[in-house]
Write a protein that binds this ligand. Structure first.
Ligand SMILES: [Zn+2]
Length: 383
């Protein structure tokens, strides 16, 4: 029994837990507030294969500021690695579990140098932690599709080997061609019956026309609700009426937008997207890897960063940031067994505080994390 807990809707209950599930939400038996409970945090965009967590510090080696420069820098870092991705990825899974993330969508690099090597590492990590966390895997063409010949076939093979979605990367910015790469990934998704999650950093009206091209193919392929665009910087770099029209197109096509609260790039207008019916969700993106020295996988801190970048101030705005890393991300990932309700899983995250807004603003250390009725972490440390 958890006494007098505050739930995300502000209600207080005693929570009866039996056989790993929530048996009942009962009237509170005490007056003083107990802990605030959140459902598990969901990281909608992480790169478990890229992280260097647990290794000695590796300085960033990119010689320019373009995506292509960073791809080259990562290849150098990868060549110098002495510890496997299986080990560093596991370090990151353990770290995010301690902060309450029990579900994640990880992209995994696939190109004609790597083949399916990093996918094998992720499949091993998924198997190792299968009783604690769910890991959805996106086969991600980090080096492009046109400029890395053979990658389309590898993406298809990755799905056959156990990846759950097909990824993509700036069709114009990296491949210099919108139709070729998009046709390739939609063909794989349709043939294999899986969803799509595309990294789209391309800004301005060019980025918007790529979103329209993605929406057109999503409708034509019957993939509504199974397609996401990660980053979508373009939506924040065009006039608001064009962003609004594009939001309508995305909502009609059933395309979700992921933002991690980018440090420097333009931010998609989250409230406007929501008002137009677009699902918005959050993710960490890069955590201490060849792309970013920052990040720690704490999704409440990420919600704060998203809110900070979006200039959120009011409680309803902070609540949106919290939803982006909990229920909204759970919907995008298609998690059926999620949420604090009678009959639901006893997967809970406890924090000090009384409101969601406070939890986001302060993102305090998690008092405990429960998985299936068992405490798996206390005070930010795995049990
Ligand atoms: Zn990413």
């Amino acid at each position: 029994m958890i006494r007098n807990a505050t739930l995300p809707d502000g209600s207080r209950h005693d929570i009866e837990i039996r056989d790993g599930r929530i048996a009942a939400l009962l009237p509170p038996t005490a007056d003083e507030p107990g802990v605030m409970l959140l459902p598990p945090l969901v990281d909608g965009h992480i790169h478990l294969d890229k992280t260097l967590l647990g290794l000695a510090w590796v300085p960033n080696q990119a010689t320019g500021g373009q995506v292509a420069d960073r791809i080259e820098a990562e290849r150098r870092v990868r060549a110098a690695r002495t510890v496997s991705e299986t080990e560093t990825g596991a370090n990151l899974v353990k770290q995010v579990m301690a902060s309450g993330t029990l579900h994640m969508r990880s992209h995994v690099d696939i190109d004609n140098q790597l083949g399916l090597r990093n996918l094998q590492a992720l499949l091993a990590i998924r198997q190792r932690f299968r009783n604690l966390v769910t890991i959805q895997i996106v086969a991600f063409p980090q080096s492009g599709i046109v400029r890395s010949p053979g990658t389309a076939e590898l993406l298809d093979a990755a799905i056959a080997e156990g990846a759950d979605l097909v990824g993509g990367l700036d069709p114009m910015g990296i491949d210099g061609d919108v139709d070729g790469p998009l046709d390739a990934i939609f063909a794989i998704a349709t043939r294999r019956g899986v969803g799509i999650d595309i990294h789209l950093h391309d800004g301005g009206e060019g980025g918007i026309s790529e979103m329209n091209a993605i929406a057109e193919r999503t409708r034509a392929s019957g993939l509504a609700g199974k397609v996401a665009i990660s980053h979508a910087f373009a939506l924040g770099s065009v006039p608001v009426d064009l962003a609004a029209r594009t939001a309508d197109t995305l909502a009609e096509a059933g395309i979700a937008i992921m933002s991690h609260g980018p440090g420097a790039a333009t931010m998609p207008p989250l409230q406007l997207l929501r008002q137009h019916g677009v699902e918005v969700f959050g993710g960490s993106d890069n955590i201490r890897d060849a792309w970013s020295p920052f990040g720690n996988g704490d999704m409440l801190e990420r919600a704060m960063l998203i809110g900070y970048r979006a200039n959120f101030r009011h409680d309803h705005e902070l609540e949106l940031a919290c939803e982006m890393v909990t229920s909204a991300a759970a919907r995008v990932l298609g998690l059926a067994d999620y949420g604090i309700r009678p009959g639901g899983p006893a997967d809970l995250v406890a924090v000090e505080g009384e409101t969601l807004a406070e939890a986001v603003a302060h993102h305090p250390r998690r008092k405990w994390v429960m998985k299936g009725g068992r405490i798996i972490a206390r005070d930010g440390v795995l049990a």
